[in-house]
Design a protein around this ligand. Structure first.
Ligand code: NAD
Length: 495
């Protein structure tokens, strides 16, 4: 099932705000343009929410909360399962839409759809398994009943780099737990969320459970919601800078928060690694999503003994990337999301070369429309350079040479971030030593991919709070209630 041409597909996307089950215009009729990053042209105009629209969306979520929380877990699970089936049936439409608004090659968008859909299936299986416990207090006097209940109306803020998966990674556990939601998608890629929200209604999600407000004024719109006592939870995926601001705002109401923030992943290649496997892992970890991923390898640390062999093979693989619009045959590297991001990446490479790094391949902005930047490798990079201190978020791989494990660990941990680290070695003890020493929420051992709906995704330090996916993911949307009960046998004595 596919919507025909790109124009047909775009015409099928709802362009309003979803509030209380109806697609409505923004107050004042404001709209904004969604741009195709491969051509710099307008794809669609969508409603641009203002603060009043945000408050209306929260009011709808609040009104729906009580009834939604009472719906049987199995019924919530069935909605998620139907949504999984519908997304899977329409995978090609979602993939095409992701490529249109975000730019990645179609093959990668298909991968995102499969990954994003899997959160729906995973949490459909978790919904009926929410449980509690009944136990006897240590002194035998009381009984302790512990149950879980939904946190309540949740504000979900998502980034542009995985327009479907970052939304389903929050929506699916919220639905499973029985929370209502206001989703604020990234203004650069709102279309996929809008098409997905329509699909959730088709899957049977009651009106008001999921509300969607795209806006070009995120701070102005979310500020009043975070200050509103009808909101109970804030789940954010995005940059650490914005996350910090939101955390400060959330402290006023002592809101429950989940924060999936920026990363600065080291990828460590030890001298005993299978070098070709390490090269393949590094290519995946660096180039998945064109480097625009929070889990992207930001620093490739290679032992001096294998640095030359690794670099030769890695550069050859980087040179094989074909830059172009994501929906053209043969493209393996799409554009960056916008001009600002492309200029930022180009500026970081220029700074690194000024600081003494060498561009081995790539490194120059191609002429023509679209926000393209080629696969780039830098050697002669030292741990103090800005290119390995900041998140690059582009197809640039800085290679840093190290001499022993202690140095690799020290360099890897010398960052405020701690989302993921990758290690390539054939020595099992060494792999576990690294796993215990690296300050990171996730570790990839001899693999360049860790993301998995069945695993707890998340970071330590400035990379965030909380986990998404796995058995842990649903807990972010549940709170624990304890009921103390008098010893039931106490009354038997007087009976
Ligand atoms: P961003 O922080 O600029 O934007 C993220 C979201 O926050 C968007 O929806 C945006 O509209 C919104 N936003 C921006 N300013 C806001 C404000 N003042 N108040 C409320 N909302 C605001 O980040 P981005 O550029 O969209 O995404 C890239 C960043 O996201 C990178 O740092 C990346 O590492 C991070 N990221 C993290 C994960 C993770 O799971 N840890 C996953 C994907 C992306």
């Amino acid at each position: 099932m596919s919507a025909g041409t790109d124009q047909d597909l775009l015409a099928s996307v709802p362009t309003g705000l979803l509030v209380g089950g109806a697609w409505v215009a923004a107050q004042g009729g404001k709209t904004f343009e969604v741009i195709d990053p491969a051509h710099g042209t307008v794809l669609l105009e969508v409603a641009d929410a203002g603060p009043e629209d945000g408050v209306a969306a929260l009011a709808a979520a609040h009104a729906a909360q009580e009834g939604w929380a009472r719906m049987a877990p199995r019924a919530r699970a069935e909605i998620l399962r139907r949504a999984f089936t519908l997304v899977t049936e329409r995978a090609e439409d979602f993939a095409r839409l992701i490529t249109l608004e975000m730019g990645k090659p179609l093959a990668e968008s298909r991968g995102e759809v499969a990954y994003g859909a899997e959160f729906l299936r995973w949490f459909s299986e978790e919904a009926p398994r929410i449980s509690g416990r009944y136990s006897t207090a240590p002194d035998g006097a009381n009984r302790l009943l512990v149950r879980k209940r939904p946190v309540g109306p949740s504000l979900l803020i998502t980034p542009w780099n995985f327009p479907l998966a970052m939304a389903t990674r929050k929506i699916a556990p919220a639905v499973a737990a029985g929370c209502t939601m206001v989703l604020k998608p990234a203004e650069l890629t709102p279309l996929t969320s809008m098409l997905f929200a329509q699909l959730m209604s088709e899957a049977g999600l009651p009106d008001g459970v999921l509300n969607v407000i795209a806006t070009t004024r995120p701070g102005e719109v979310t500020g009043p919601l975070i200050a509103d006592d009808r909101l109970r939870k804030l789940s954010f995926t995005g940059s650490t800078a914005v996350g910090r601001r939101l955390l400060a705002q959330a402290s006023d109401q002592v809101l429950r928060v989940s924060m999936e923030l920026g990363g600065n992943a080291p990828l460590i290649v030890c001298e005993d690694a299978d070098v070709e496997e390490a090269v393949s892992g590094a290519i995946t970890a660096k180039m998945r999503n064109g480097g625009e991923a929070c889990v992207a390898a930001n620093r490739i640390l290679v032992h001096r003994d294998v640095a030359e062999e690794f670099t030769r093979s890695f550069v050859a693989r980087m040179e094989s990337f074909v830059l172009g619009p994501g929906n053209e045959d043969g493209t393996t590297l799409g554009p960056l999301i916008d001009e600002r991001s492309r200029d930022k990446v180009a500026g970081m490479v220029a700074d690194a070369t000024q600081a003494g790094a060498t561009v081995v391949t790539g490194g120059s902005v191609p002429a023509g429309a679209g926000y393209f930047y080629p696969a780039t490798v830098l050697t002669g990079v030292t741990p103090g350079m800005a290119i390995v201190q900041d998140e690059i978020f582009g197809p640039v791989a800085p290679i840093v040479v190290f001499d022993d494990d202690a140095e690799a660990v020290r360099v890897a941990n010398a960052t405020p971030y701690g989302l993921v680290a990758f290690v390539f070695t054939r020595d099992l003890d060494r792999a576990f030593r690294y796993s215990e020493r690296l300050e990171s929420g996730m570790i990839g051992l001899n693999t360049g991919v860790v993301s998995n709906p069945a695993a707890p995704f998340g970071g330590v330090k400035a990379s965030g709070l909380g986990r998404e996916g796995g058995a842990e993911g649903i807990e972010e949307y549940l709170e624990t209630v304890y009921i103390g009960i008098r010893d039931p046998f106490a009354s038997e004595v007087s009976d």
